[in-house]
Write a protein that binds this ligand. Structure first.
Ligand code: KG4
Ligand code: ZN
Length: 335
């Protein structure tokens, strides 16, 4: 059973063909990083235009790499949200149009659910129930995963997402965009490791806060103009990773979780991976870095769990009123 999936929620255009919800036949990802590097961050209108420029070619490439064609595809899936509206609209509308034209059932997918389900694209299946830490540019969430499509939001950031903090601190250090990989590279080169930056524990909650840490870095850079960027990056990364791993580990113990899943772009961070594997007592599952950052294979993996709820092509005009399915997780999070 083949799913053709689309992801365009932010600054990666991705098209993938996945077999039986598990086997990646192709996962083409085109990053817009060079375009957004010029402005030091994403301009939403520019992101949408970049998606539009390449989505048709990426679809051809994904089908050809998977050695298949549209006629062999069983379901079409696309990210419905959350994300940048203009960017989402490109992948979603393009996918929906193909579904309509080729008379294929369509599955709208929640982006965060996609990140979590990326863990099912790896060799070993996660053990459930699990605590999932989703850390990306837009989200930092702790979610209790009962089944592959049954989630309960436990906590999350009260201000900046972890990835957003990486991006903003990278900008303060003039280190480029996206900030995560740049901060990680700088931190690796740190020779002095004495600086300690604050950690917002928000004790008694399962929430996070990174805006105070960001301000602490800003104030430090104003005060100490000669401080090494490498040491600041290292101390910042230690602070973020320490809080993420400690709070996730504590929650997993409290909820008697059988494993911890880490997903989203920040899960590509070497130090986060290392500390999570070393310090969390239950088995830890983290997708390979390429499946942590935005990609369409994860959208296909999540769509696989919602095949029963796919929307027939003939009722495609109703999609906008029925995409609430795509928002299921988002609504649950608000409870
Ligand atoms: O999941 P993702 O690709 O897109 C969103 O859904 O937001 O995550 C992008 C975020 C960016 O903020 C980026 O700086 C961060 O993930 N990121 C990293 C690393 N690679 C990407 N953060 C820390 N370390 C990394 N190696
Ligand atoms: Zn994402």
């Amino acid at each position: 059973m083949l799913i053709l999936a689309f992801e365009s929620s932010c600054d990666e255009t991705s098209v993938s063909v996945v077999k039986d919800g598990r086997i990646i036949l192709s996962n083409i990802i085109q990053s817009q990083v060079n375009v957004h590097n010029i402005t030091g961050g994403i301009v939403p209108e520019v992101a949408a235009r970049e998606h539009l420029k390449c989505i048709e070619q990426l679809t051809k490439d994904a089908l050809s790499e998977a050695k298949t064609n549209l006629d062999n595809i069983d379901y079409i899936a696309a990210t419905a949200g959350p994300g940048l509206p203009g960017a989402l609209m490109i992948g979603f509308s393009y996918a929906r149009s193909i579904a309509y034209a080729k008379n294929k059932p369509f599955i709208p997918v929640d982006h965060i659910e996609g990140h979590i389900l990326a863990n099912w694209l790896e060799k070993n299946d996660p053990i459930l129930p699990a605590v999932a830490l989703v850390v990306s540019g837009g989200h930092t969430e702790l979610i209790f995963v009962m089944k592959g499509s049954d989630f309960r939001r436990i906590g999350g950031t009260r201000d900046d997402a972890a990835g957003e903090a990486f991006d903003k601190v990278s900008r303060m250090l003039d280190a480029g965009y996206p900030g995560g990989p740049e901060i990680s590279r700088l931190a690796d080169r740190a020779t002095e490791k004495n600086l300690i930056l604050p950690r917002a524990w928000l004790r008694g909650t399962n929430d996070f806060s990174f805006s105070g840490l960001k301000t602490a870095v800003l104030n430090l850079l104003k005060k100490e103009q000669n401080i090494s960027k490498e040491e600041v990056a290292w101390a910042f990364q230690e602070s973020v990773v320490d809080v993420l791993v400690s709070k996730t580990s504590k929650l997993a113990t409290e909820l008697n979780a059988k494993s911890v899943l880490i997903a989203g772009g920040v899960a590509a961070n070497k130090r986060l991976r290392e500390k999570a594997f070393n310090e969390i007592k239950v088995p830890v599952f983290i997708p390979s870095p390429i499946l942590c950052t935005d990609n369409a294979a994860m959208i296909a993996a999540a769509a696989f769990n919602h095949i029963d709820e796919s929307i027939p092509a003939h009722s495609i005009v109703e999609i906008f009123s029925t995409t609430n399915r795509g928002k299921l997780l988002i609504d649950k999070k608000r409870n």
